[in-house]
Ligand binder design. Sequence first.
Ligand SMILES: *[C@@H]1O[C@H](CO)[C@@H](O)[C@H](O)[C@H]1NC(C)=O
Length: 986
Amino acid sequence: MRAPLSLPSSTTTAGGLTFLLLLLDLIPTAATVKHENFKTCSQSGFCRRNRAYADHVLSPDNAGKWVSPYEIKENTIVLQNGILQADILKTVPGQSDKIILPLSINFQKSGAVRVTIDELKRQKRDIVLRGDSKARKERYNEAERWALVPDWDVRDDKVVYDNRKGQITLTFGPGLKYKAVVDVAPFSVKFERDGETHIVLNDRGLMNVEHWRAQPPAPEEGKEKSSEDLDGGWDETFGGNTDSKPRGPEAVAMDISFPGYEHVYGIPSHATSLSLKSTKGGEGEYQEPYRMYNADVFEYIVDSPMTLYGSIPFMQAHRKGSSVGVLWLNAAETWVDVVKEKAKRMIPMGGAKTDTKTHWVSESGLLDVWVFLGPDPQALYASYGALTGFTKMPPSFAIAYHQCRWNYVSQDDVKDVDRKFDKSEIPYDVIWLDIEYTDGKRYFTFDPLTFKDPKKMMKNIDKTDRKVVLIIDPHIKNTDNYPVVEELKSKDLAVKDKTGGIYEGWCWPGSSHWIDAFNPAAIEWWKSLFAFDKFKGTAKNTFIWNDMNEPSVFNGPETTMPKDNLHFSNWEHRDLHNINGMTFMNATHQALEARQLPKGGTQRSFVLTRAFFAGAQRLGAMWTGDNEAKWEHLQAALPMLLSQGIAGFPFSGADVGGFFGNPSKELLTRWYQSGIWYPFFRAHAHIDAKRREPYLLGDPYTGIIREAVRLRYALLPAWYTAFHRASQDGMPIIRPNFVVHPDDEDGFSIDDQIYIGDTGILVKPVVHEGVDKVNIHLGDGEVYYDYWSYKIYQGKGAKEYNAPLEKIPVLMRGGHIFPRRDRHRRSSGLMKHDPFTLVVVLDNKGNAEGYLYHDDGESFNYKAGHYVHRKLVFDSATKTLVSSNLHKDPVSAEPYNKEARPLQVEKILIVGISKAMKTASLAKGKKTKVMVTEEGKDRAVSVEYNAAADASSADTLLVKNTKLRIVSDWTVHLEKAEGDVAKDEL
Ligand SMILES: *[C@@H]1O[C@H](CO)[C@@H](O)[C@H](O)[C@H]1NC(C)=O
């Protein structure tokens, strides 16, 4: 979290205007994010240069005349072990020096391709640094070490090579379905699938690798400056901070076109729509490129391409019939322009009449692009996830409700909040302590006055199987008598300034140093600090929140570190800025997993991070940072979280209620009704905000929120199953319309309604003030039922849904089965032994299928096969519901099956039963029992039929008290009644 620092006075405007502003109460809006603290493209030298380069190349004067100065030297081409290598030659007018850029194109078995361009002179360290810098001379080449999984490199050794007339064609991928067509001069690469071009690199000739050069002397009087004297390429000052740029200009840029694609998604985090807008002006579009430079942007504005706290440079392009994507693997400050143009060529089947053209610019590092050819969202996410890792399986409490505020001020306060939740019968799992729990902002300590006996507090919270999350940030207080900072210094594990001395800056504790978690020794040291006997007062149920890890530095440029700071092995901060937060999160994650539990063994970690990069999904959860208690921030949350899912980091949430300010009761209630659908569900509030724990609101609000939170708890088994799927193949946990209905062109930009995993649950939360109706878009002609009343909604397109304050618009799509747990408990841990309910939602043809994943929710035993994974199928032909085993290795499942054997299915609710069978005998009450077969034995169980009041709603059938086990194979036979069983037995 972030406190608003003193804001610049806005009252210096002309008296009349000030008066008007006050009158209109516009001052709070005007006082939000201090835009001037953050650069625009034109204030960032390399962005300004590369946008100008693009403008020059694309100007009408140059139409048809521009030739990109990059070409492959044909005699250098080698294809070996799935990698094509060659030298690219950059020609600079009036310069005879050869600038050689080694190119490598790496073909992976999965079909993914990596195009990497380095610079020979820097690779060989054959450059001279400006000043007396100790920085590394190479282009940063370690992003892959953090972003990609260790065993990512699985080569395609069957690439077919063909070179004719300056065009190299490489055929590759599963079934040789893909082609990369490399033009030699000028250099470009077209990626084809099924004979169509989907992605083109350097399509418009905007590629630019700023080669090393010595800083030219200042031009003589009256002479023009040298063309090598790049604007903003040397010392650059912003907001009173000067960046020394010891390596001079070194940006890399490339344009990437998606022909026939009108929509692109991804590159979080931005407070913007899911389908990305154009960035070169036009009505409703942006003027600035999307920026990725992790920063502490407090009170951020919505509908903006401005950078936020984390960055994932992964972009998906989607059209009817196809999804493809790119990962721009670069951790330096990055800007992305997006434009949409009328397609020049005829686009075959499914193609839009629009091309989306993007332009990516990074300040330093390699030009490193991964290309994924889909062909559909599911395949795309699977291949991206195989590379950067899938979301980790969280401990089960982590997907329940988290209660946070800055701050619960004492142990008594914690106890009181805990008690009041129970008294008001609102479940919660985790209480959070923000920075004030520490002894004077010294992490790994507790305030001795307010938290006298933290161990006792942990124990008290544990009585209801609840957890405590403590904040620990990367800035370490620079003070005397603090062993943590003493060790940080004596072991030499901190980030350095440009001179190589320990870097000192300001954050919460005042003067601070920063742990350099790029250093393996720093990770080891960090791990040691969390041991239970070292971090006194913590226990098994203590977990960690990493905030301010962009890193936030109050007196630094753009509230972060100077770019010329130095990290482990002398990489400049500039090169790895966007990875920095993830390395800190990694250290914490490693530390929590290393803690030896009192009874032996280890447990899954839970770490929340604010800063992130591609790959951070392997480590824990993120949230969208310091939002505001305003309706527009509630509206901004869902598109942002959907974008996180697209970019492979689905364990995401936004502060429920809004961090800054005081939400109205209506806003807070609507926010809960929305927040229960965030994969990470936490309420949080700023220190200046009034207390707003849900029990404080009074009825009807408290009651409505109680029902909402209980719904989250009832659906926890479905959420857990969705997390499991994401951990296996990267399918987002909450999914936008276009992922579920990839051919529904009307729904490609819908980002205010979501589907939950494979459940078919479709939610459109109310996010506008005073609204009691929403239009839910149905992406197909399937039957949908209201979650609450079983009212039928059908027909593609918008459907009106009444949503007074107490109602959350939730539909269930026909064809799905999902698990629930219907008993109300105080925490998810206390639901451990509860039975399940299965909700079977029949489709137009009377069929349905779904999944249940279950494990112990805390240990790593699931990795050894200790889990239950079932497929549930309702078949209208046989009128049966069958539970079958999906476990990959049933033998390894046996120990856990024994443990989970007492877990039963209590009820089965079949919605739309008349889609599958005639209900006459049910309706007349002739049939009150049906047969179930489990482990070879038959028995009768009771059913209750509920006829709909009229044809606008669905009939339901409730199979009661089934006693079926979740671990065993079983069948429910709806057409065999008790009588049939008796006959069979005769
Ligand atoms: C975390 O750090 C460890 C070193 O302890 C390293 O092996 C691992 O790759 C890192 N993981 C991530 C995701 O950065």
